[in-house]
Ligand binder design. Structure first.
Ligand SMILES: Nc1nc2c(ncn2[C@@H]2O[C@H](COP(=O)(O)OP(=O)(O)OP(=O)(O)O)[C@@H](O)[C@H]2O)c(=O)[nH]1
Ligand SMILES: [Mg+2]
Length: 187
């Protein structure tokens, strides 16, 4: 199978940022999920949490299959990040813009995934931002600058398919710019 026909993308980010929701919003089939009852309502109040991974898939018009992997957000499952990150072509980092920890989360996940996937492009989606307030995004951009790292960043609602597609398409466009030969790879 050629590089062009199958790509792996990893969605990561803290608990409740919306990794499972994002993959479900775009996957061509109901994703394989490993949701369990959430016993950590303090970290994030919701019914279930991912304990191993999410796995969805989206087929592009040119026949390329993009496999969408989601990491678990809970710290105790962080050993899975490395396993899931292996072989990824790119990383989509989702953040919860309404969380007081958003800047710390951005720093932590960027540093960890820079190590796990040092050459791969990143795209960042910040959810639950207020539409009339760009301050949150600007603060995130400053954190990235301080880390001497640049990545496209969007305000998103991961429940909306078009917002998730924007993240995926931006990542794929970045990959094509970096590796134009992928386009011409024989099947
Ligand atoms: N109101 C609102 N809810 C959102 C928004 N984005 C995501 N959500 C909700 O937030 C929740 C996110 O949950 P998950 O998709 O399970 O999050 P996750 O990142 O997979 O979490 P873990 O697997 O526990 O790490 C879902 O209930 C979404 O519907 C948003 O912009 N606004
Ligand atoms: Mg999840």
């Amino acid at each position: 199978m050629s590089v062009a026909s199958e790509l792996k993308i990893v969605f990561t980010g803290p608990m409740g940022a919306g990794k499972t929701t994002a993959i479900t919003a775009v996957s061509d089939f109901p994703p394989v999920s490993t949701e369990m009852r959430n016993n950590d309502q303090q970290s994030f109040a919701k019914e279930s949490t991912t304990v191993a991974l999410d796995l969805g898939q989206i087929g592009l018009e040119d026949g390329t299959v993009v496999r969408l992997y989601g990491t678990p957000g809970q710290e105790r499952f962080s050993f899975m990040w490395e396993i899931i990150g292996r072989g990824a072509m790119g990383v989509i980092l989702l953040l919860d813009g309404s969380s007081p920890a958003v800047l710390d989360d951005l720093k932590t996940y960027t540093e960890v995934f820079r190590r796990i996937a040092p050459e791969q492009p990143f795209v960042i989606g910040v959810g639950r931002t207020r539409p009339d307030d760009n301050a949150q995004i600007e603060a995130c951009m400053r954190v990235l600058e301080a880390l001497q790292f640049s990545a496209p960043m969007f305000s998103v609602d991961v429940r909306k398919r078009e917002d998730v597609l924007l993240l995926i398409e931006t990542l794929l466009a970045t990959l094509e710019v970096r590796q134009p030969e992928i386009e011409n790879e024989p099947a």
